[in-house]
Ligand binder design. Sequence first.
Ligand SMILES: NC(=O)c1ccc[n+]([C@@H]2O[C@H](COP(=O)([O-])OP(=O)(O)OC[C@H]3O[C@@H](n4cnc5c(N)ncnc54)[C@H](OP(=O)(O)O)[C@@H]3O)[C@@H](O)[C@H]2O)c1
Length: 199
Amino acid sequence: MVPPERALALDLGDDASLDAFARRLQQEAVRLRLVINSSGLLHDGDLQPEKRLQQLRRGSLERLFSVNAYGPVLLAKALEPLLPRQEPVHFASLSARVGSIGDNQLGGWYSYRAAKAAQNQLLRCLALEWERRLPLACVSLLHPGTTATALSQPFRRSVPAERLFTPERAANQLLDVIAAQEPAHTGRFLAWDGTTIPW
Ligand SMILES: NC(=O)c1ccc[n+]([C@@H]2O[C@H](COP(=O)([O-])OP(=O)(O)OC[C@H]3O[C@@H](n4cnc5c(N)ncnc54)[C@H](OP(=O)(O)O)[C@@H]3O)[C@@H](O)[C@H]2O)c1
Protein backbone atom coordinates (compact mmCIF):
# COMPACT_ATOMS: atom_id res chain seq x y z
CA MET A 1 0.00 0.00 0.00
CA VAL A 2 1.35 3.43 -0.95
CA PRO A 3 1.47 5.67 2.15
CA PRO A 4 -1.05 8.50 1.62
CA GLU A 5 1.70 11.13 1.60
CA ARG A 6 3.37 9.33 -1.36
CA ALA A 7 0.16 8.94 -3.39
CA LEU A 8 -0.32 11.21 -6.41
CA ALA A 9 -3.69 12.08 -7.93
CA LEU A 10 -4.20 11.10 -11.57
CA ASP A 11 -7.23 11.42 -13.84
CA LEU A 12 -6.65 9.13 -16.82
CA GLY A 13 -9.31 11.03 -18.75
CA ASP A 14 -7.38 14.31 -18.58
CA ASP A 15 -4.17 14.92 -20.57
CA ALA A 16 -3.10 17.78 -18.27
CA SER A 17 -3.36 15.41 -15.29
CA LEU A 18 -1.30 12.74 -17.10
CA ASP A 19 1.38 15.34 -17.99
CA ALA A 20 1.51 16.68 -14.42
CA PHE A 21 1.78 13.12 -13.07
CA ALA A 22 4.69 12.23 -15.36
CA ARG A 23 6.43 15.58 -14.64
CA ARG A 24 6.18 14.97 -10.90
CA LEU A 25 7.71 11.50 -11.23
CA GLN A 26 10.45 12.98 -13.43
CA GLN A 27 11.22 15.67 -10.81
CA GLU A 28 11.55 12.95 -8.18
CA ALA A 29 13.87 11.02 -10.55
CA VAL A 30 11.70 7.93 -10.08
CA ARG A 31 13.03 4.76 -11.73
CA LEU A 32 10.07 2.65 -12.74
CA ARG A 33 10.41 -1.14 -12.78
CA LEU A 34 6.73 -2.08 -12.49
CA VAL A 35 3.62 -0.18 -13.55
CA ILE A 36 0.17 -1.68 -12.88
CA ASN A 37 -2.87 0.15 -14.20
CA SER A 38 -5.76 -1.04 -12.05
CA SER A 39 -8.28 1.60 -13.10
CA GLY A 40 -11.46 0.80 -14.96
CA LEU A 41 -15.08 1.81 -15.36
CA LEU A 42 -18.18 -0.34 -15.90
CA HIS A 43 -21.00 1.64 -14.29
CA ASP A 44 -21.58 4.94 -12.56
CA GLY A 45 -25.03 6.17 -11.62
CA ASP A 46 -27.08 6.39 -14.83
CA LEU A 47 -24.19 4.89 -16.76
CA GLN A 48 -25.01 1.17 -16.78
CA PRO A 49 -23.87 -1.70 -19.03
CA GLU A 50 -26.22 -2.12 -21.99
CA LYS A 51 -28.45 -5.19 -22.21
CA ARG A 52 -29.55 -4.38 -25.76
CA LEU A 53 -28.71 -2.14 -28.70
CA GLN A 54 -31.36 0.48 -27.98
CA GLN A 55 -29.67 1.26 -24.65
CA LEU A 56 -26.42 2.23 -26.39
CA ARG A 57 -25.46 5.92 -26.00
CA ARG A 58 -22.63 7.86 -27.62
CA GLY A 59 -21.82 9.44 -24.23
CA SER A 60 -21.44 6.05 -22.52
CA LEU A 61 -19.25 4.71 -25.31
CA GLU A 62 -17.02 7.79 -25.05
CA ARG A 63 -16.76 7.65 -21.24
CA LEU A 64 -15.99 3.94 -21.12
CA PHE A 65 -13.45 4.20 -23.92
CA SER A 66 -11.80 7.18 -22.21
CA VAL A 67 -11.09 5.24 -18.99
CA ASN A 68 -10.78 1.64 -20.20
CA ALA A 69 -9.10 2.06 -23.59
CA TYR A 70 -7.44 5.48 -24.01
CA GLY A 71 -6.35 5.79 -20.36
CA PRO A 72 -3.95 2.83 -20.19
CA VAL A 73 -2.11 3.56 -23.45
CA LEU A 74 -1.87 7.29 -22.69
CA LEU A 75 -0.47 6.38 -19.28
CA ALA A 76 2.17 4.29 -21.06
CA LYS A 77 2.94 7.26 -23.33
CA ALA A 78 3.31 9.62 -20.36
CA LEU A 79 5.58 7.21 -18.47
CA GLU A 80 7.70 6.00 -21.41
CA PRO A 81 10.46 8.59 -20.84
CA LEU A 82 10.83 7.27 -17.26
CA LEU A 83 11.32 3.65 -18.21
CA PRO A 84 14.80 2.12 -17.96
CA ARG A 85 16.50 0.92 -21.16
CA GLN A 86 19.03 -1.38 -19.51
CA GLU A 87 16.82 -3.12 -16.94
CA PRO A 88 13.65 -5.20 -17.12
CA VAL A 89 10.42 -3.25 -16.72
CA HIS A 90 6.85 -4.53 -16.61
CA PHE A 91 3.78 -2.59 -17.70
CA ALA A 92 0.61 -4.46 -16.72
CA SER A 93 -2.94 -3.25 -17.20
CA LEU A 94 -6.20 -4.72 -16.01
CA SER A 95 -8.45 -5.78 -18.84
CA ALA A 96 -11.41 -8.17 -18.58
CA ARG A 97 -12.27 -11.53 -20.09
CA VAL A 98 -15.48 -9.99 -21.44
CA GLY A 99 -13.23 -7.86 -23.68
CA SER A 100 -12.28 -11.01 -25.59
CA ILE A 101 -13.93 -10.97 -29.04
CA GLY A 102 -13.23 -14.68 -29.64
CA ASP A 103 -14.74 -15.63 -26.27
CA ASN A 104 -17.88 -13.47 -26.58
CA GLN A 105 -20.80 -15.93 -26.46
CA LEU A 106 -23.37 -13.76 -24.66
CA GLY A 107 -23.28 -10.27 -26.19
CA GLY A 108 -24.52 -7.23 -24.25
CA TRP A 109 -22.30 -4.80 -22.32
CA TYR A 110 -21.41 -3.23 -25.68
CA SER A 111 -19.40 -0.26 -24.41
CA TYR A 112 -17.40 -2.07 -21.72
CA ARG A 113 -16.62 -5.11 -23.90
CA ALA A 114 -15.58 -2.91 -26.82
CA ALA A 115 -13.50 -0.57 -24.67
CA LYS A 116 -11.59 -3.50 -23.15
CA ALA A 117 -11.10 -5.05 -26.61
CA ALA A 118 -9.74 -1.67 -27.79
CA GLN A 119 -7.40 -1.53 -24.80
CA ASN A 120 -6.13 -5.00 -25.70
CA GLN A 121 -5.37 -3.92 -29.27
CA LEU A 122 -3.72 -0.63 -28.19
CA LEU A 123 -1.46 -2.39 -25.68
CA ARG A 124 -0.67 -5.19 -28.12
CA CYS A 125 0.60 -2.46 -30.49
CA LEU A 126 2.59 -1.01 -27.59
CA ALA A 127 4.11 -4.41 -26.78
CA LEU A 128 5.26 -4.82 -30.39
CA GLU A 129 6.74 -1.30 -30.50
CA TRP A 130 8.58 -1.74 -27.19
CA GLU A 131 9.87 -5.13 -28.31
CA ARG A 132 11.95 -3.16 -30.82
CA ARG A 133 12.68 -0.03 -28.76
CA LEU A 134 12.68 -1.35 -25.15
CA PRO A 135 13.61 -5.02 -25.52
CA LEU A 136 13.66 -5.61 -21.76
CA ALA A 137 10.06 -4.44 -21.34
CA CYS A 138 7.11 -6.75 -20.89
CA VAL A 139 3.51 -5.60 -21.43
CA SER A 140 0.67 -7.74 -20.02
CA LEU A 141 -3.10 -7.48 -20.16
CA LEU A 142 -4.65 -9.12 -17.12
CA HIS A 143 -8.09 -10.48 -16.24
CA PRO A 144 -8.39 -10.52 -12.43
CA GLY A 145 -11.36 -12.89 -12.24
CA THR A 146 -14.58 -11.78 -10.62
CA THR A 147 -13.48 -9.80 -7.59
CA ALA A 148 -15.58 -8.36 -4.79
CA THR A 149 -15.27 -4.65 -5.56
CA ALA A 150 -17.71 -1.83 -6.27
CA LEU A 151 -17.38 -2.58 -10.00
CA SER A 152 -18.72 -6.15 -9.77
CA GLN A 153 -21.14 -5.55 -6.88
CA PRO A 154 -24.39 -5.32 -8.91
CA PHE A 155 -23.51 -8.27 -11.20
CA ARG A 156 -22.19 -11.10 -9.07
CA ARG A 157 -25.30 -12.79 -7.67
CA SER A 158 -24.75 -15.87 -9.86
CA VAL A 159 -21.02 -16.12 -9.13
CA PRO A 160 -20.27 -19.11 -6.85
CA ALA A 161 -18.50 -18.08 -3.63
CA GLU A 162 -15.33 -19.99 -4.53
CA ARG A 163 -15.04 -18.00 -7.81
CA LEU A 164 -15.47 -14.59 -6.16
CA PHE A 165 -12.06 -13.33 -5.10
CA THR A 166 -11.29 -10.85 -2.39
CA PRO A 167 -9.31 -7.87 -3.74
CA GLU A 168 -6.26 -9.08 -1.76
CA ARG A 169 -6.44 -12.55 -3.30
CA ALA A 170 -6.95 -11.14 -6.80
CA ALA A 171 -3.98 -8.78 -6.36
CA ASN A 172 -1.69 -11.58 -5.11
CA GLN A 173 -2.73 -13.88 -7.97
CA LEU A 174 -2.01 -11.15 -10.53
CA LEU A 175 1.36 -10.38 -8.93
CA ASP A 176 2.24 -14.08 -9.31
CA VAL A 177 1.23 -13.95 -12.99
CA ILE A 178 3.30 -10.79 -13.53
CA ALA A 179 6.31 -12.34 -11.78
CA ALA A 180 6.20 -15.30 -14.19
CA GLN A 181 6.41 -13.08 -17.29
CA GLU A 182 9.63 -12.27 -19.14
CA PRO A 183 10.26 -9.85 -21.99
CA ALA A 184 9.77 -12.76 -24.44
CA HIS A 185 6.18 -13.04 -23.14
CA THR A 186 5.25 -9.45 -23.94
CA GLY A 187 1.83 -8.66 -25.42
CA ARG A 188 -0.18 -11.46 -23.79
CA PHE A 189 -3.78 -11.39 -22.54
CA LEU A 190 -3.69 -13.50 -19.36
CA ALA A 191 -6.19 -14.59 -16.74
CA TRP A 192 -5.59 -14.62 -12.97
CA ASP A 193 -4.39 -18.26 -13.16
CA GLY A 194 -1.83 -17.51 -15.85
CA THR A 195 -3.82 -19.05 -18.72
CA THR A 196 -3.97 -17.24 -22.05
CA ILE A 197 -7.29 -15.68 -23.08
CA PRO A 198 -8.15 -15.53 -26.79
CA TRP A 199 -8.22 -12.02 -28.24
N1 LIG B 1 -14.02 -6.52 -10.14
C1 LIG B 1 -14.14 -7.44 -11.10
O1 LIG B 1 -14.83 -8.46 -10.94
C2 LIG B 1 -13.40 -7.26 -12.40
C3 LIG B 1 -13.52 -8.27 -13.37
C4 LIG B 1 -12.84 -8.12 -14.57
C5 LIG B 1 -12.05 -7.02 -14.79
N2 LIG B 1 -11.96 -6.05 -13.84
C6 LIG B 1 -11.11 -4.88 -14.13
O2 LIG B 1 -10.22 -4.71 -13.05
C7 LIG B 1 -9.90 -3.31 -12.92
C8 LIG B 1 -10.13 -2.88 -11.48
O3 LIG B 1 -11.52 -2.93 -11.24
P1 LIG B 1 -12.12 -2.88 -9.77
O4 LIG B 1 -12.96 -4.07 -9.65
O5 LIG B 1 -11.05 -2.60 -8.77
O6 LIG B 1 -13.08 -1.62 -9.94
P2 LIG B 1 -13.41 -0.43 -8.95
O7 LIG B 1 -13.45 -0.92 -7.55
O8 LIG B 1 -14.61 0.24 -9.53
O9 LIG B 1 -12.13 0.49 -9.11
C9 LIG B 1 -11.88 1.16 -10.31
C10 LIG B 1 -10.76 2.14 -10.10
O10 LIG B 1 -10.58 2.86 -11.32
C11 LIG B 1 -10.34 4.21 -10.97
N3 LIG B 1 -10.70 5.13 -12.05
C12 LIG B 1 -11.90 5.24 -12.68
N4 LIG B 1 -11.85 6.26 -13.56
C13 LIG B 1 -10.59 6.80 -13.48
C14 LIG B 1 -9.94 7.87 -14.12
N5 LIG B 1 -10.55 8.64 -15.04
N6 LIG B 1 -8.66 8.13 -13.78
C15 LIG B 1 -8.02 7.40 -12.83
N7 LIG B 1 -8.59 6.35 -12.20
C16 LIG B 1 -9.87 6.07 -12.51
C17 LIG B 1 -11.20 4.45 -9.74
O11 LIG B 1 -10.70 5.53 -9.04
P3 LIG B 1 -11.66 6.38 -8.06
O12 LIG B 1 -12.01 5.44 -6.97
O13 LIG B 1 -10.81 7.51 -7.65
O14 LIG B 1 -12.83 6.76 -8.90
C18 LIG B 1 -11.03 3.14 -8.99
O15 LIG B 1 -9.88 3.20 -8.16
C19 LIG B 1 -10.75 -2.58 -13.95
O16 LIG B 1 -9.98 -2.37 -15.11
C20 LIG B 1 -11.87 -3.56 -14.23
O17 LIG B 1 -12.41 -3.36 -15.52
C21 LIG B 1 -12.62 -6.14 -12.65
